[in-house]
Design a protein around this ligand. Structure first.
Ligand code: CA
Length: 221
């Protein structure tokens, strides 16, 4: 399901370094996507979001974003293909991944920069985006945005989706990547290890059990 378009927040601060900039974010994790929404819309960007490679291609056929932010592991393909398609049209692409080892393939595909999720420094991320768009550093210090903790509803969505994917025995490489990225974002080492082990014999049941445990442990929202 596509995310609704986001406009600048009503409570946006007066400093809007990304005012007038359209960003297309292609990210299948709602938890990560929500962090991006918070950071970019508060800086004044117009943000469009999609969760799949095919939907991103429809977006690119309809309009020209100033910047594409592409996650590498997508449910229907690889972000590298999107990076190649967008860069061929001269659109800069910032690749993001929960796995630092994805950097080389992303840069080879034509990404102008790579960012390792989770976003450790909001100010640093905004500085990078501004730099990519203007070719120089920011004019003013970007607004301070607090994203620590993340959105519990988006986290629940991601965990629920991961549990369903494990249940239906979806592509194990994609599922392991999705869960591993999410686990790193929330600093959950046990979940990360279970995701890595899920590729092996018997690992799927173990991952299923850990995901069920995490979902049970979430506070009702
Ligand atoms: Ca992903």
């Amino acid at each position: 399901m596509p995310f609704p378009p986001d406009g600048p927040s009503l409570t946006a601060p007066t400093s809007l370094p990304l005012r007038g900039v359209t960003v297309l974010a292609v990210e299948d994790s709602r938890f990560a996507s929500d962090a991006l929404r918070l950071i970019l819309t508060r800086a004044g960007a117009r943000l469009r979001r999609t969760e799949t490679l095919s939907a991103a291609q429809v977006h690119l056929a309809c309009y020209r974003p100033d910047l594409v932010i592409a996650d590498l592991g997508l449910p229907d393909g690889r972000g590298e293909d999107l990076i190649a398609a967008a860069s061929a049209r001269g659109i800069p692409v910032l690749a993001v991944s929960g796995h630092p080892e994805g950097r080389e393939a992303a840069m080879d595909a034509g990404a102008v920069a790579f960012f390792d999720k989770p976003f450790p420094s909001v100010a640093g991320f905004l500085r990078l985006v501004e730099q990519l768009l203007t070719g120089r550093g920011p004019e003013a210090e970007p607004p301070l945005v607090e994203v620590s903790g993340g959105d519990p509803i988006a986290l629940r969505d991601d965990l629920t989706r991961a549990a369903a994917l494990v249940e239906e025995a979806a592509d194990p490489v994609y599922v392991a990547g999705f869960v591993r990225g999410l686990a790193r974002s929330i600093g959950d080492r046990a979940l990360e290890e279970a995701a890595v082990a899920a590729a092996g014999e018997g690992g799927r049941q173990q991952l299923s059990a850990v995901l069920a445990e995490r979902l049970t442990g979430l506070q009702p929202v």
